[in-house]
Design a protein around this ligand. Structure first.
Ligand SMILES: Cc1cc2nc3c(=O)[nH]c(=O)nc-3n(C[C@H](O)[C@H](O)[C@H](O)COP(=O)(O)OP(=O)(O)OC[C@H]3O[C@@H](n4cnc5c(N)ncnc54)[C@H](O)[C@@H]3O)c2cc1C
Length: 825
């Protein structure tokens, strides 16, 4: 029956072909399994019947009423090529994941025996887990109310596997991380070709077309070992999970035979195949793509949203068809292989071989139909992830906001870098800024720390996962001699989501001097993002490459002194085409970074067509800062700080001529670009503001503990405790708003996340200003001086109530959404 089975119910007597020398085994176990009953009164072997390619046995021993059960897994007898080391690898990964080292539940392992003389092949012994096994993904005999919880548990376990920091548990070399899908396609295509030809299967034209399509549609993230790469289980399905005997949680993930490192989205897609093909034993029933599984089970979109939310992975709307097709293709290739083996192996396999042959055709046909239709996923996930039922929801503690182990590690490295290199350099860097002679030159410490940050893999961490592959290719192209792919990869960050980056960007905000050391400073990050998303290959080679390397700096020239620039439709600068050139005339100010001697590029916004529709008038062009006609009028001061050598420039453009190839994206598309630029950029400011507030807290508390007034330390005065507590509250609330906005941006994109982003953008500057103001108060005169970083941090935070959209504009957005929401009630 398809009932949930107890794991001990599914054993059968040992098949004759799988018998082994029980005497030798027993003495081996007594010597090598800690706590093994010694000598047992009874010793018995059974075999698990449920679809094991590696023969798997239940070892049962008894003594005086005590029963012990173990599971033994060995290689199949005879010579098997593909899975040559499968048993050793399984043992390796189970021991690496187990015993509390990760959140992945796995059976405990006791010993690995590589000596084939004991029972004929290598084997290992693991704990026998007592629990439930659900063989049928439609859960026919489970109460519909329980089904959702079972699926939610499955999604969370997959997320736990995918969140493992492989380096931390010594599995960094368990497989190659990049080009996983590419290698899968080639491996299974080769397998498939071996199964076809004279006296074998006829080559299936669908398969040929499918292979071609897959080759041409590999998602760019596959080529880059970012944060979406890590452990891939390889055969993650419901019937490889042991559930607790009564609770709907997973106590063990089994069958790691195909596990490796690679592209984890392929694992998620394989897990979702039951949504595409209902019952993979019956091609006739078949194509269940639009059918719900059964009552209570989340839909594909809901299930995937649960997984994405638990891992912090952006919604894979554009790539899902590929990953699903790849899973089906792999199955088709496996069925073709089974067909051939059965046909060649023994005559009695004839009928089952027939079925396998049909399945190969069926899976290929379904895959091909899938890739020819539109995207399987909606462009956005269902808005709320499925609720978990019953007790689950009450301790649904994490909002998914705690950093993964991998991000945690980067965070620790960054914190250390700040302590060791940034804080101790602040004084010399500020001194240069306050000096009259050299203020517009680059301090050698800055270039030294940049190099160090690069070598420690703390460079360009802001680059989002989807752009990282592109950037990596750009940096490694035609430089095979001077730079390896590895070195290029180290330059393109860690392939993080916005949420993941939030945990790191915050730390950079603790010092005015930190972001540029890691190539994570505005406006260069926003400009690089623009070039990554909208630049053509030539523009990318010329400007993006040196920016990614940190060799040049750039400015973003939008704001103008003569018009209210928070409304960008007001921008007046004119960009007029004359033959093969654009001629630029305008007056800009607050072009940050333009004073820097390394600045070579300005992205200039202006009107190419004042008569077009309001949001189609503006365009953006790339302008070399050395172009004749550009006049830097003066550096502007922010409450007296000029932020040298970076600087904020007032600039005049008088008949500045650039080639038409310097236009970004197209005429009239300036607004579109500005929108793309501003979402993540705004949030980066908010993240850094939270960090600035934390710095204020640290300094405030240190000072209050040291300094005495009226007979006690400042900290011992009652007013301080209140101030401190209130500041902590403010920071925590703001951080949650910022993390939530980042998470929404990852999951739903700019448009849906705009309310959350607006809230973060209003809350962050005002919280930080309040906290820094408190810190300044505690420091007294020292607080407003240039001996502490507080005044500079405060001045900078204050500008963010008006820069990147003034508070009033964001409050307007929040209010509008609220009115719309209530109107719908
Ligand atoms: C340190 C610093 C760095 C900067 N860097 C850059 C840069 O690199 N590139 C660049 O192009 N610009 C930059 N800016 C400029 C910044 O983005 C603008 O100052 C900002 O967009 C506001 O434009 P504005 O100064 O023209 O003010 P205005 O548009 O004149 O707005 C003034 C005030 O009007 C009010 N207001 C505006 N809209 C509304 C509304 N809808 N409802 C109610 N009240 C409203 C707000 O109180 C606002 O503060 C920088 C500014 C600073 C201070």
């Amino acid at each position: 029956s398809s009932m949930a089975k107890s794991t001990s119910d599914i054993v059968v007597p040992v098949h004759s072909a799988h018998r082994l020398d029980e005497g030798r085994l027993l003495s081996y176990l007594q010597a090598n399994v800690k706590g093994f009953l010694h000598p047992p009164a009874f010793f018995q072997l059974f075999q698990f019947g449920h679809g094991q390619s590696n023969p798997t046995y239940l070892v049962q021993v008894e003594l005086h009423g005590t029963v012990q059960r173990y599971v033994l897994r060995k290689k199949p007898p005879g010579h098997i090529l593909q899975s040559a080391h499968a048993v050793e690898r399984e043992y390796l990964i189970l021991s690496a994941l187990g015993e509390g080292k990760t959140n992945v539940p796995v059976p405990r392992v006791y010993c690995l025996c590589t000596d084939s003389t004991v029972i004929g092949t290598p084997f290992y012994v693991m704990e026998h887990l007592e629990g439930r096994l659900f063989v049928n993904p439609t859960l026919p005999d489970v109460d519909p109310k329980e089904r959702r919880a079972i699926y939610v548990a499955m999604a969370r376990v997959l997320a736990a596997i995918h969140s493992v920091d492989v380096d931390a548990i010594g599995l960094g070399q368990y497989g190659r991380k990049e080009n996983y899908c590419k290698r899968q396609i080639e491996r299974w295509a080769a397998q498939y070709h071996l199964s076809t030809g004279e006296g074998k299967l006829d080559p299936d034209p669908n398969m040929m077309e499918l292979i071609q399509w897959l080759r041409e549609n590999i998602p760019s993230e596959d080529g880059y070992p970012g944060s979406r790469t890590g452990i891939v289980h390889g055969d993650f399905r419901l019937d490889n999970l042991i559930f607790h005997p009564t609770e709907n949680r997973v106590i063990g993930v089994l069958d790691w035979e195909l596990s490796t490192l690679g592209n984890q989205m392929s694992d998620a897609a394989y897990n979702c195949v039951p949504y595409v093909i209902n019952n993979n034993q019956s091609p006739a029933k078949g194509f269940g793509f639009d059918e719900p599984l059964t009552e209570g089970i989340p839909t594909l979109q809901e299930y995937l949203a649960e997984y994405c939310s638990a891992t912090g992975v952006p919604w894979p709307a554009d790539t899902w068809n590929f990953y699903t097709a790849l899973s089906l293709f792999r199955s088709a290739a496996i069925y073709a292989g089974v067909y051939l083996r059965m046909l060649q192996g023994n005559a009695s396999g004839g009928q089952r071989a027939e079925v396998a042959g049909k399945m190969a055709l069926f899976f290929a046909a379904v895959a091909l139909r899938l890739v020819k239709q539109g995207p399987m996923l909606q462009s956005l996930p269902p808005h709320s992830a499925p609720e978990s039922s019953g007790a689950e929801s009450s301790h649904h503690k994490s909002l998914g906001f705690s950093p993964s182990a991998r991000v945690q590690k980067l965070r620790e490295r960054l914190l250390l870098f700040m302590e060791k290199h940034i804080y101790p350099s602040e004084k010399e860097l500020s001194d240069l800024m306050y000096s009259s002679n050299d203020r517009w030159t680059i301090h050698p410490t800055e270039e030294r720390l940049k190099k160090l940050a690069k070598s420690e893999g703390l460079w360009n961490l802001w680059i989002p996962a989807d752009s990282a592959a592109l950037a990596s290719n750009l940096l490694s192209e035609d430089e095979k001699v001077s730079r390896s792919k590895d070195a290029a990869d180290r330059l393109v960050g860690a392939g993080l989501s916005n949420l993941e980056y939030a945990h790191l960007c915050e730390i950079l905000g603790r010092s005015m001097w930190a972001p540029q050391m890691f190539n994570c400073n505005a406006p260069d990050t926003g400009n690089m993002e623009v070039l990554l998303r909208y630049g053509n290959p030539e523009q990318q080679r010329q400007w993006l490459k040196p920016l990614l390397e940190g060799k040049i700096r750039s400015g973003f020239a939008m704001t103008e002194p003569n018009v209210a620039s928070s409304d960008a439709t007001n921008i007046e600068c004119s960009i007029v085409r004359e033959a093969e050139e654009y001629v630029i005339n305008g007056h800009k100010w607050w072009t940050s970074g333009a004073m820097d001697p390394r600045c070579q590029l300005l992205i200039v916004m202006g009107k190419t067509n004042p008569n077009a529709a309001l949001h189609k008038q503006q365009s953006m062009v790339l302008v070399d800062i050395k172009t004749p006609g550009i006049k830097i009028v003066r550096p502007l001061l922010v409450f007296g700080f000029d932020d040298a050598p970076h600087g904020h420039a007032e600039i005049k453009f008088e008949n500045v001529r650039v080639p038409i190839s310097n236009l970004l994206l197209g005429e009239g598309r300036g607004f579109e670009i500005a929108q793309g630029r501003l979402g993540p950029g705004r949030l980066h400011h908010c993240m850094r503001l939270v960090g600035a507030a934390e710095r204020g807290m640290d300094l405030m508390v240190k000072r209050a503990n040291q300094r005495k007034a009226f007979g006690k330390t400042l900290a011992q005065h009652g007013s301080f405790a209140q101030m401190l507590a209130q500041s902590r509250l403010d920071i925590e609330q703001t951080r949650l708003l910022v993390l939530n906005a980042a998470h929404q941006l990852d999951l739903y994109g700019n448009k849906v996340a705009k309310g959350a982003i607006a809230m973060a953008k209003v809350a962050a500057p005002s919280t930080t200003l309040r906290v820094l103001d408190n810190a300044i108060q505690v420091h007294g005169g020292a607080g407003v001086s240039s001996d502490f970083p507080l005044s500079h941090l405060w001045a900078s935070a204050r500008t963010l109530r008006l820069a990147d959209g003034p508070d009033e504009v964001h409050l307007g957005t929040i209010a509008k959404l609220e009115l719309q929401r209530v109107a719908k009630l």
